[in-house]
Design a protein around this ligand. Sequence first.
Ligand code: NAD
Length: 489
Amino acid sequence: MPSSWIDGAPVVTSGTTHQVINPANGSTVAELALATATDVDAAVASARAALPGWKNATPAERSSVLAKLAELAQAHADEIAAEEVSQTGKPVRLATEFDVPGSIDNISFFAGAARHLEGKASAEYSGDHTSSIRREAVGVVATITPWNYPLQMAVWKVIPALAAGCSVVIKPAEITPLTTLTLARLATEAGLPDGVFNVVTGSGIDVGTALAGHSDVDVVTFTGSTAVGRRVMAAAAVHGHRTQLELGGKAPFVVFEDADLDAAIHGAVAGALINSGQDCTAATRAIVARNLYDDFVAGVAELMGKMVVGDPQDPDTDLGPLISAMHRDRVATMVADAPKEGGRVVTGGQIPELPGSFYLPTLIADVTESSEVYRNEIFGPVLVARPHDGDDDALRQANDTEYGLAASAWTRDVYRAQRASREINAGCVWINDHIPIISEMPHGGVGASGFGKDMSDYSFEEYLTIKHVMSDITGVAEKGWHRTIFTLR
Ligand code: NAD
């Protein structure tokens, strides 16, 4: 099976053989050869060669290729969802109702955005010149994506770049490359010129490092952990390349004293358990008003206990496995250590008797502010909770983190909602909900969660440069401003 897609065609690369494993049962989904640094060079050269043609295509031409891609993705939606389920273990309901339709909608959005360049109005700002703004494709984009939402992350990075007229080389996580390869194949089928969209499958150390530090790319975008994101930024900085980083999160879920308790309980369970908690915006820290705290903890534990954990292919399954046994064991260790720092495991905290890398939905109450499970990303189906003593304390706790990706505030008081949305330091604040995203609105964090945006017109901006063109309109040789430089006496 081809492991990479270079210059509009599948390529069997020369690196070591790698098996894509279904984490729900340990079976081999695909076997592929990984790419090497030499393949990265070939992919970047292909993207460089394809750039002028695609950059100079009209917005309408780019738009129609993306619209066709959305149509093809829709026609292959079931096949793509099945691939995503088998390589990630996510429940089929999530893949068919969230990952795949969300990705297709995003492609459709950028088919429109491709025709919607914006900038300042041309005018004679100096009096003697007409100033105008050109928006141009930034060039060759190198992008690196994680395993939790392989298709969506690829779409969020690649599609706005294509809409802007850039060419792309993407490195998906080597454990989940399949839907990214399918996306590239469909893009070629949709009429995307060869070389505009290349995929190199390989490990972070080999292929990721080679791509992030490549001298012949123009911008490096990344979604993944904060630690690796900083390494990617350092590699790109060697060449002075522009970067965009979507990193980790530790989202606060703030329940104020007047909140609708039932809504908060349902929101916390949905927000914490989506994709088995392997979601950078997942609700991870419940900070709950003391008058509601005990009922919240009891309600969340009861609802978590009702989740159906098992075969991701079964439409009745709520929770699939974690991505690998290694990751599951890491989550299990963090939970097992929580009581040493004062946490109380109210429900879950166990590995169920199932063949894959499953972990039960878990609630840890009474965690201290300094404990590891409160401060660090767990990236599993684990919610931690602690009480707060009023609005000031709640907002202080919400902001007591290096991350700033997403947050939610639960209240029926409009003033509290406004204050929370203003004061919580995050790229997104939901009011009385947690998780929904939409193509028209941006996603991206602050602080250790990175910078720059995915989705929406804001992400389109990441792939465009701003050029000022200033044209003399006087037609005279001796211009008025020359007097500042020299006077001809
Ligand atoms: P990761 O950082 O381990 O890996 C991400 C990607 O980087 C993978 O393709 C990996 O192969 C590659 N990589 C690893 N080392 C590299 C190196 N030295 N140089 C270049 N590339 C390298 O992250 P992960 O475990 O795949 O994903 C989980 C993380 O991603 C979590 O921290 C999560 O919060 C974050 N995430 C963030 C967002 C967001 O939008 N902010 C979205 C999804 C996931």
